[in-house]
Write a protein that binds this ligand. Structure first.
Ligand SMILES: [Zn+2]
Length: 188
């Protein structure tokens, strides 16, 4: 956790993110910036989305942001590897210039193998799957969706996306489910 930077004031936001859509996200969510300001502050942009947010599908997270502020792709572990067309669309057609990649602690996509039996049993009991098919499904897909460690993963995902989209600002962030706040992550 020592790589996380607490954001309790605008001065805590990295200068390169301040007054960008990433900084605004942190101000709205962590600092209670009034949501109504968005449309008024950016009349020239109308109500176009400024930001693409990639975040986990986990149900414990809710972002405090204005309507129309962001495109949001929710995928397990904030893993955008299988959502690239949607990322490209948000940039090319939606016009977003920034991406916030939001991992979170206690993520279910960490150490999937520990939940293998539960996964298979759940598909059999809850969805009516054949056990062998459920086992194959897990074996095929778990390696694609395993993220290893939440913080390391969003850092590596940010690096990967910066290579693909060099003109787009990409910020790796972490959401702590205990306090529902967003944290900046130290990058080397
Ligand atoms: Zn998660």
């Amino acid at each position: 956790m020592n790589r996380l930077i607490t954001v309790l004031g605008k001065e805590d936001i990295y200068p390169e993110y301040r007054d960008t859509p990433i900084g605004l996200l942190l101000e709205y969510h962590n600092l209670n910036r009034p949501l109504g300001e968005y449309a008024q502050a950016c009349p020239e942009q109308g109500r176009r989305a400024q930001l693409l947010i990639g975040m986990c599908m986990d149900n414990r997270k809710h972002l405090h942001i204005p309507d129309n502020f962001a495109f949001i792709i929710r995928a397990g572990g904030a893993n955008l590897r299988y959502s690239e067309f949607k990322v490209s669309y948000a940039i090319a057609v939606g016009g977003v210039k920034s991406i916030a990649l939001i991992g979170h602690n206690q993520c279910g996509m960490v150490n999937l193998i520990a939940r293998r039996d539960q996964f298979i049993q759940g598909l059999v009991e809850n969805a009516g799957w054949d056990k062998v098919l459920a086992e194959e499904h897990f074996t095929l897909f778990a390696p694609m969706f395993e993220i290893g460690n939440e913080t390391d993963f969003v850092l590596s995902e940010a690096k990967r996306l910066r290579l693909i989209y060099p003109k787009i600002q990409i910020a790796p962030l972490l959401y702590r489910v205990e306090d529902n706040l967003l944290y900046l992550i130290k990058e080397d």
